[in-house]
Structure formats: structure tokens, C-alpha cells
Design a protein around this ligand. Sequence first.
Ligand code: DP6
Length: 329
Amino acid sequence: MNCLVGQARAHSNIALIKYWGKIDSELHIPQNNSLSLTQDAFYTDTKVTFSNDLKEDEFYLNYDKQDKNEVDKISRFIDIFRVIAKTKLNCIVETHNSMPSAAGFGSSASAYAALTKALNDALNLNLEDRELSILARRGSGSACRSIYPGLVEWQQGNSNETSFAVPFDNADFPICTITMALSGARKKFSSRKGMQISVDTSPYYSAWKEYSKKSLDDIKKAIKDKNITKIGEIAEQNALAMHSLTITAQPSFFYFNEDTLKAINAVHNLRDQGYALHFTIDAGPNIVIICDFADANQIKELLKLEFPTKDLIISRPGPGVKSLESWNY
Ligand code: DP6
């Protein structure tokens, strides 16, 4: 038997300036640039094995064999690599997430970034990071940012070749996040569907595009000044603007649950007491706090008083995608 194996780890990223809407939904070319922080606490490990013994592709997520629907999705993505490598071999994909899937933890970002690197290695493609970013984007837009460490900008471009992420800042200042795992349930509305409805129906969509350009300029300046409070302030406003697109869409929908609102209130109360913290929220109910690492433990303990049964996970800026020497699953 002839096997080609590749294995890689990619970390998730949390967008501080959100990607919410596409100009090309096939290629995932976005309507605006976005900027994210790669997180060290959350990652996906993926192993791919190509073999001429396999009759079809197989996909295992956290040891669970996935159904045809999921396999078909991933097969279409692997096809892009099969074309580049000029092979027809089938493949087994084994993936392990350190966080719940499809609950707004950015697991699709780390998943497609890890898969891209593992496929690159297995098929000996030797692609540069920029190519990896372009390919990861084809799986899920936000995955293009998980190729890089620290603070990363996705430059929207206007074609497959021109839409990719670039490293913006290595985040060597004490910025950190605290993810409040309020719900691990799968979301009803995927980001993909949610952003499409927002583009098509929210009367505020064009305002969002203008506004997100300004948010991006402002946050870049705050990052260069290493001003964590300012970064948090801009990220929080940007997230709320994104979520207002869902509320004003037709049909209206939202990703918050009761705990999300309770957590937003908790952040407001702590700010009133003089603590420096802000939040962002992706397409799910979980809140991600942005604060200085020096304050993180204290803020976590204070939030824990209100959410004693929930996991609160502190994350520092994380590394870019890497090949794995060993496979420990
Ligand atoms: C709210 O990257 O999951 O997290 O490209 O359709 O796969 P697809 O969408 P996805 O959307 C992420 C949306 C977001 C904001 C962000 O990460 O920028």
C-alpha cells in the first residue's frame, strides 16, 4: 500500500473587525477587509492519509465518522488540492478540535487552516503561506487568517488570487482574550447563511461597509500604539454593528441567548467599576472578552461569580499553522 500522510495544527482566530458578507459566495471573496487575533488556547489537529486502497474519502471528527453530507463538503475542498497535485487518490481525514464545533469558537477557521497545511504536506506541494491562505479561504473565509500568528488582516481583494490574509502585527504586547463558553450547542443559522441574508436584506448593509473601513483604520492605529483598551473599544463597537445587521435583516435573527445579554451586562457593570475590558461576539452566543493579560485572572474570577457553571478560557496570541511531527490521538 502506498500512503501519503500529512498532519498539522492550526489555531482559531477571533475577528476584531468582522468579515460579514461576500461579493463571491463560491470563492468566499468578502465585502470588506477584516482583522483578527489568533488564539493560543483553541486549535484543530488534522491528519490526512491518501491511499490507493480507499474506495472513497472518509472523514472523522473527534473519532466520530461523519455522514455523507459532511464528507461531500470536505471532498469538494480536497478536490482543489487533487487538481493541483494531479492525483485521483482518495483520502481519510482525521480531525480533533480542542473546542466544541459550530458554536462560534471559530472551529471552521482552525479546521480548514489545519486541513490545508496537512494536504500541502501529504501531497508535497511546498506552498508558501500566501498560497495556503488563499486555499484555506476556499474552505471557510475566516480560515485564511488562521495561517498566521498574532494580529492578522484579511485583504479582501477581488479575485481568487488577490484575496488572502497577511500578518499585521505579532502582538508582542499583553493583549489577551477570555472566551466565555456560554453554550456549546450547534447554531441554527450558520455564519454563511446569516451573512448572506444580511447582505441581501439589511437596510444598513452599505453603512456597515463604510463603517468597517473606518473601524479597520482606527484599530490599526490602536494596535500600533499597543493600546489594549482602545482596541477593545473598537472591536466591541464593530461586533455590535455586525450583529445589528442580523437584527435588521428580513427575516430578523440573532445569535445572542439570555446568557449573552447577561454577560454583556456584567461587562458593563465591571466597566462602571473601573475595570478595563471589552467584548466581541461571533456568529454564536459566546462572549469573548478583550483585556490586558495582567488583569485577566481577576476579571475571570469576577465574571465567574456570575457564571459559576461556565468555562472561562484565557487565551494569549497564538502561533500560525504548523506541521505536526507526531500524532498523539
Ligand atoms: C462572525 O468564515 O465561518 O466569525 O466563509 O461562509 O465559511 P464562511 O464564513 P465564516 O464566517 C465568520 C464570520 C465571523 C466573523 C469573522 O470571523 O470575521
